[in-house]
Design a protein around this ligand. Structure first.
Ligand SMILES: [Zn+2]
Ligand SMILES: [Zn+2]
Length: 292
């Protein structure tokens, strides 16, 4: 078994590099890749570790955000010179404090909109943890006030099942809209960087987006002529989607990869895709699909 998509505490994962490596090693996973969001901190950590006692092999990896048609998408890079890539300005060097500060700025904006919309909130509400998103914090905060029940019934449904982030904060037609794609690189920018560091460019989980035409998206990015492969087996890809990607990759001579997109236990299983039902075999380790 392998797992080419794992997040560590260097971005928004809950386990450290060492905890994950130990876990992968004890579960008999032969190859892994840490793919944190826009950072290479995991490889800095590994550089200072004695890896000789682990049988699990590590391939360098990263997951970049890029903007395409005004939306935020993800691109994976594999098997590159990380020290070389680490010098690029596409690598996020913001401190935890700066990240928290930026999220609080967005929270201030959301409060302002709530005020105008007559939604009750506490002026003292503040974000103090690195991975807390303003949209999530605000959603649960608004839900604390009985006075907001009526308006939230309309906005988020009676069971509050709708996503405040997707329906409002990331929706250009909503007063809560925050354009999070400002300053993001394009797919070509990130691909050029990965290639210049000797790596492979792999489109991350193309079916794991809401409100887009997924097959068109795959074709559009393929048409840019930058892809070496597509992430095929993924926690949130279904069987049909996996088969579709395999076919597409076979037709276009692309590599296929597989990863759990592990952030925390309960949500993903290391070494398994398709909601934890399919083991990620060596077949998904940056290989060409010949026959299936
Ligand atoms: Zn992703
Ligand atoms: Zn990911």
């Amino acid at each position: 078994m392998i797992d080419l998509h794992i997040h560590t505490t260097c971005s928004d994962g809950q386990l450290t590099v060492k905890q994950l490596l130990k876990k992968a090693n004890s579960e008999g996973i032969s190859v892994i890749s840490f793919c944190d969001h826009n950072v290479l901190g995991a490889y800095q950590v590994l550089d200072n570790m004695d890896l000789s006692k682990y049988r699990t092999k590590i391939i360098t990896g990263i997951e970049f955000d890029f903007v395409f048609k005004h939306k935020d998408f993800h691109m994976l890079g594999y098997d590159f010179d990380w020290k070389m890539m680490n010098k690029s300005n596409l690598i996020n060097t913001k401190s935890d404090e700066e990240i928290i500060q930026e999220e609080n700025k967005k929270l201030t904006f959301l409060k302002e909109v709530c005020r105008k919309q007559g939604i009750k909130f506490d002026e003292d509400l503040i974000i103090s943890r690195k991975n807390d998103k303003s949209s999530t914090v605000m959603k649960y905060h608004m839900m604390e006030f009985k006075e907001n029940d009526k308006i939230l019934d309309e906005m988020l449904g009676k069971n509050r099942e709708k996503s405040f982030a997707r329906g409002y904060v990331h929706n250009p037609n909503s007063p809560f809209f925050i354009d999070e794609t400002i300053g993001l690189p394009t797919a070509i920018d990130v691909a050029n960087l990965i290639h210049s560091c000797g790596g492979k460019v792999v489109l991350a989980h193309p079916f794991d987006y809401k409100d887009i035409n997924h097959k068109q998206y795959i074709q559009d990015i393929y048409n840019l002529g930058i892809l070496d492969g597509i992430e095929c087996l993924h926690t949130r890809h279904g069987i049909e989607q996996i088969e579709y990607i395999k076919c597409f990759c076979q037709k276009n001579n692309l590599l296929i990869t597989g990863g759990s997109d592990f952030h925390r236990e309960l949500k993903q299983t290391l070494g398994y895709g398709a909601s934890g039902t399919i083991p990620i075999t060596e077949e998904y380790c940056l290989k060409n699909v010949d026959n299936f």
